[in-house]
Ligand binder design. Structure first.
Ligand SMILES: *Cc1c(COP(=O)(O)O)cnc(C)c1O
Length: 370
């Protein structure tokens, strides 16, 4: 099996698993306990936290149970903490559901949400952002890399549009973390990372916090500086630090992406959905008049695992909100698939994909003409 669905989740790195198992065995104590074992667990937790602070360049790290929780904490936490300053929030139509759904809830609670539109490439219009920004805007939430088509939002331009405005900038960096660096100048006030998208474990993530006031979403024992109650998983924290230490930019993804683009351009019925300057590990494409599920199934027959545009939208049969937002021509709308590379993808996988894709394509077209 060739696994090319790394934007849905990645295989855990064996070294990350080893860290997790070791920490679970030796440092199982509650890091909040006052006895020696508790202190040792706390030391490991704090060493993981400080490694992550250094790697990401943040003052404060809150460990969460994944990217969804970190996005909820960032958005609802910032909204509630700043509601006296204003109740307006800006985001974008193509954000992940774990951003859009909390925003919907805030809208029901009296906040005003502006969702920026995107063009055919998934890019926002910076002028639209400038005009949407008002005195009462307290938060701007825009993702680093789109999980369905790979579009990269221009963080440094977004930063300059925000200028000295007091609105906080939250960036869902789940698809970019460890792969695409974020410069010091453009560092967001709030940054979401999920472990399982970078060869770490599921139900583990973090919110990195710069200068920002947040209200907790999960209340209880007051762990994580009161921002996230619940016994902290020391093994998860250590494993996430390990995954982030192992993560690095992968320049070869750019070459493989270019090679696949050239390959797919040879098919008259294929439209490459991802823009040319998208993140190199995500390549979305659509076949005219063929359902995404059909193509995913045919590729699976050939031993290649890819997905329809996103894992979240692929189970409910509606067209994805991202595909809708970019206005893909109707004949392609049902047919988007996403190929995504990870750190374990090899060139062998890419060349096999080309051969097997060709077979799958012939199969589908053969079936369709009979
Ligand atoms: C996967 C994903 C999330 C959710 O992260 P989980 O750890 O699965 O909760 C959020 N945002 C983006 C862009 C993602 O791809």
């Amino acid at each position: 099996m060739i696994y090319l669905d790394n934007s849905a989740t990645t295989e855990p790195d064996p070294q990350v698993l080893e860290t997790f198992v070791k920490a679970s065995r030796r440092y199982f104590a509650n890091p909040a306990s006052l006895h020696r074992l508790g202190n040792e667990a706390e030391d490991l937790l704090e060493s993981a936290r400080s490694q992550i602070k250094d790697l990401l360049g943040y003052e404060q790290i809150v460990f969460t149970a994944g990217g969804t929780e970190a996005n909820n904490l960032a958005i609802r936490g910032a909204a509630y903490a700043n509601r006296e300053k204003g109740r307006h929030i800006i985001s974008c139509k193509t954000e992940h559901p774990s951003v859009l759904e909390p925003l919907k809830q805030l809208a029901r609670e009296g906040f005003e949400i502006t969702l920026l539109s995107v063009d055919r490439t998934g890019a926002i219009d910076l002028e639209e952002l400038r005009q949407a920004l008002r005195e009462e805007t307290i938060l701007v939430s825009l993702m680093q890399v789109n999980n369905e088509i790979g579009t990269i939002h221009p963080l440094s331009e977004i930063r300059s549009v925000l200028g000295r405005h007091r609105a906080l900038l939250h960036v869902d960096a789940v698809q970019g973390a460890g792969k695409l660096p974020i410069g010091v100048q453009e560092r967001p006030d709030l940054l979401t990372v999920s472990a399982h998208k970078l060869h770490g474990l599921k139900n583990s993530g973090l919110l990195a916090i710069g200068k920002a006031q947040l209200e907790p979403i999960l209340r209880g024992g007051g762990q994580e500086n009161g921002l996230r109650s619940g016994t902290v998983s020391v093994p998860n924290a250590a494993a996430l630090a390990k995954a982030l230490r192992l993560a690095r930019p992968m320049p070869h993804h750019l070459e493989w992406n270019a090679e696949l683009r050239t390959f797919f351009a040879g098919y008259k019925d294929i439209h490459i959905v991802s823009p040319a300057d998208a993140a190199p590990h995500i390549l979305a494409l659509a076949i005219k008049g063929v359902r995404g599920e059909t193509l995913v199934g045919a590729l699976q027959q050939e031993g290649v695992i890819v997905s329809t545009s996103s894992a979240c939208s692929s189970k409910n049969k509606q067209a994805s909100h991202v595909i809708e937002a970019i206005g893909l021509p109707r004949e392609y709308r049902d047919g988007t698939i996403r190929i995504s590379f990870g750190a374990m993808t090899t060139y062998e996988d890419i060349s096999e994909l080309k051969k097997r894709f060709h077979k799958a394509h012939q199969l589908i077209k053969g079936v369709e003409t009979t």
